[in-house]
Design a protein around this ligand. Structure first.
Ligand code: SF4
Length: 388
């Protein structure tokens, strides 16, 4: 598989991100779907336990750190991002030496309600304040009262941060951060769309590896510069006809969070069978940030973050997946039934019935390698690929 060269730069960038977090005088631990732009506008450094969880999974230490939490009574049924992160807090370290102690916590339940309980635990452990941004679930369409409900909370959050930091929100700075977020998301989305070319210049494994800056650094110049360079590399590949794998015969879409500790294994498995996973629903979930220029920034933020992928009804999800199937012109969908992520996995058997191409469901966990059954996954995938 021809990996993207930009991945090396991503490692350097993320090492710098974690090191800067250790030195920041004020930081907030934040969930991946929360409006980070507000933290940047206050010069509060955002720290992402979920990204830390993915990193632990990728380094194959998931089970090890989950056990620290399990020994304290946390159930193995709990999301493994939460378990391994809480485990690291109890262990006092992690593959990167642990995260800096938070000044405060910011959880938004537009991805799941696990984060609310998870952050309450952290708030008790660290004895620091927690703000929960409660998002209304959007079954069919976003209504005006949904937005008003979220906007009011965003203003409460601003007061909350002003009190803790003793700083005033700078509206011009917030607008500037939002514009940088939009620019990064636009570039990032263009990078993902490159995979609609035949043959595809990248796989979803490249997308998984290189998604960290859009999660952790959106709103900064770093993210903009990174995705500009990634786009250039992809454009160059398309121009020269360089494909991610040789002999791309089958094109697939991945659904759900990746199996972090098996990224290489999955990549090689599909490559050997001339199948290219060209896109996925997970990295595409960060591709829709469009706060209209000139609009009220707070209401724009409310709108964008309320309709996140895991906060919408099943029919809306089906529409999104079918749209991705069309854009990337895929032959089939591989659905990861992720033991950890209930909101992502519960509806898959229903969603499967409404997709425009065949699909297969495999069972695993994104971080906890103790539940991975290679034989079972191989059997299902081989049968599926033969059928296509
Ligand atoms: S349950 Fe799913 S959405 Fe929630 S933190 Fe875990 S992986 Fe993320």
């Amino acid at each position: 598989m021809r990996r993207l060269e930009i991945s090396e730069k991503m490692r350097e960038l993320m090492t710098g991100y974690y090191m800067a977090g250790m030195q920041a005088d004020c930081n907030a631990w934040i969930t991946s779907g929360a409006p980070v732009e507000l933290l940047h506008a206050f010069d509060v450094y955002p720290v992402y336990p979920e990204n830390h969880g993915a990193l632990i999974g990728a380094t194959k230490f998931g089970g090890y750190y989950c056990e620290f939490a399990e020994k304290k009574g946390f159930s193995r049924d709990l999301c493994s991002y939460a378990r391994c992160d809480i485990g690291c807090v109890f262990a006092g370290t992690s593959p990167i030496g642990g995260l800096p102690k938070p000044t405060f916590l910011f959880a938004c339940n537009n991805i799941c309600n696990t984060v609310v309980k998870w952050y309450q635990v952290l708030s008790r452990i660290f004895k620091v304040p927690l703000f929960v941004l409660d998002m209304p679930f959007i079954r069919k369409e976003l209504k005006e009262h949904h937005l008003r409900y979220v906007e009011e909370q965003l203003y409460d959050f601003i007061k909350f941060v002003e009190k803790i930091t003793d700083r005033k929100l700078d509206d011009a700075k917030l607008r500037d951060v939002v514009l940088k977020s939009m620019e990064a998301v636009e570039l990032y989305s263009e990078c993902l769309r490159m995979a609609s070319n035949r043959p595809s210049p990248m796989t979803c494994f490249d997308a998984f590896v290189n998604m960290a800056p859009i999660v952790c650094l959106r709103g900064t110049d770093h993210a903009v510069a990174f995705y500009k360079e990634m786009k250039q590399e992809l454009e160059e590949r398309v121009k020269k006809g360089i494909s991610a794998i040789d002999n791309e015969e089958i094109r697939l879409l991945w659904d759900n969070i990746p199996v972090w500790y098996r990224l290489k294994w999955f990549g090689e498995f599909f490559e050997k069978r001339n199948a290219c996973l060209v896109a996925d629903t997970y990295t595409n979930a960060w591709s829709g940030f469009k706060v209209v220029r000139g609009s009220d920034v707070i209401s724009g933020i409310a709108e964008v973050y309320t309709v996140s992928y895991l906060n919408i009804g099943m029919d809306m999800m089906v529409d999104i997946i079918n749209r991705l199937i069309e854009i990337y012109d895929v032959d089939g969908v591989v659905m990861h039934s992720n033991r950890s992520c209930k909101p992502y996995s519960f509806g898959q058997y229903e969603i499967q019935k409404k997709l425009s191409v065949p699909s297969v469901i495999i069972e695993a966990d994104m971080v906890d390698e103790r539940v991975f059954s290679e034989a079972q996954v191989v059997t299902r995938l081989e049968a599926f690929l033969e059928m296509l």
